[in-house]
Design a protein around this ligand. Structure first.
Ligand code: TXA
Ligand code: MG
Length: 326
């Protein structure tokens, strides 16, 4: 886990950290950056040789396309090919949710490298609301391709320490902007006429999208060929076997991920949100899962959370984490 430079960002250190990140990106290197959802591993989206380093560091298969993070709305038409109706729809969604945790899958411009889109005719785009990410991408002045900064299939990082655990020694620089506010990845939406197809549940809930079109939930654990190619049934996976907790069984040596309440005195357990706040639960989910995974328990039992609002996205992650094989 050596050879990685970590820059902590405090008020005084922001300009310096941004400079270090931009130098790295300009040299065609990757850099791990905080976003409001999870930490991302960023590279210049316009340079295939830089983007390739993302796939190498993550051991990510080339069939899984990347999200392009735009410096600002002025970039949308340079990256996406929007006919009039779609442009209006995108502008309305952008006005409501950008910068923020919403990714849109849209027809691509031919200049977007095939490596970024895995050869698809569409490209996924978003504008991040994180002040550090925002400062870096604007200063850099070009879009950044950035997947979550974990090894492929593993738990997404919500703190700089997690990035080091996942990718230490494989990347040159991590910018430490503290823990991520949402803690789960962006909602992915593909507009299709009147329909808004949710390819991945996230912090923007289906109910938030209803006034922009007919919402259809496409993401689901049972799908064999998901429309978002990275949404494989087994994902976000801890190394420890995990399953949903039913009833009060709690065998010896097992770790429990409670959704709310007080930690039980016996055994190994973590609580997502003592007060039962779904947003707090989402923020804590991956860090708590990681802690249980590293605690030496033989199995993780996860208590289900209510499937409303961001709870839908939490349960999507828990089911995938618990899913083994096909
Ligand atoms: O919150 C997030 O979205 C974070 C931060 C870093 O922005 N990024 C993230 O990226 O979660 P990643 O690569 O871990 O997940 C992106 C998902 C993958 O499942 C991928 O298959 C899907 O987006 N995707 C990318 N381009 C797509 C496209 N053109 N069509 C359908 N799905 C696409
Ligand atoms: Mg990911």
């Amino acid at each position: 886990m050596s050879g990685v430079e970590t820059r902590r960002v405090d008020a005084a250190g922001l300009a310096e950290a941004v400079e270090a990140a931009v130098d790295c990106l300009s040299a065609g290197e990757v850099v791990a950056l905080p976003t409001e959802t999870v930490y991302g591993l960023a590279a210049d989206a316009t340079r295939p040789e830089a983007v390739l380093k993302i796939f190498e560091a993550k051991a990510r298969p080339l069939f899984d396309p990347l999200i392009v993070h735009l410096p600002g709305m002025e970039w949308i038409e340079r990256v996406c090919a929007l006919e009039q109706g779609l442009r209006r729809q995108v502008e309305a969604l952008a006005a409501a949710f950008w910068p923020g945790p919403l990714t849109l899958v849209l027809p691509r411009q031919p200049r977007v490298p095939d490596l970024v889109t895995s050869g698809l005719e569409t490209v996924a785009v978003r504008i991040s609301a994180h002040p550090v990410f925002d400062a870096v991408v604007r200063r850099f002045g070009r879009p950044l391709a950035a997947p979550s900064a974990n090894r492929f299939g593993r738990i997404s990082p919500t703190a700089a320490g997690h990035v080091l655990e996942e990718l230490g020694g494989r990347i040159p620089l991590v910018i430490d902007g503290g823990p991520c506010r949402h803690g789960i990845e962006s909602t992915i939406v593909a507009p299709a006429g009147e329909e808004l197809r949710i390819l991945r549940a996230g912090p923007v809930a289906p109910s938030d999208l209803e006034r922009f079109g007919t919402v259809r939930m496409i993401s689901g654990v049972k799908e064999v060929r998901p429309e978002a190619p990275g949404q494989l049934a087994s994902h976000y996976a801890p190394r420890t076997p995990m399953r949903l907790r039913v009833g009060d069984e709690w065998p010896e040596g097992v770790g429990v991920l409670f959704w709310r309440g007080q930690p039980e005195p016996r055994g190994r357990c973590e609580v997502l949100s003592p007060a039962g706040d779904l947003r707090e639960a989402a923020m804590n989910l991956f860090a708590k899962l990681r802690q249980l995974d590293e605690s030496g328990v033989t199995e993780i039992l996860a208590e289900p959370v209510p499937e409303t609002g961001v709870g839908i996205a939490i349960m999507d992650r828990i089911r995938r984490a618990a899913h083994r094989g096909v």
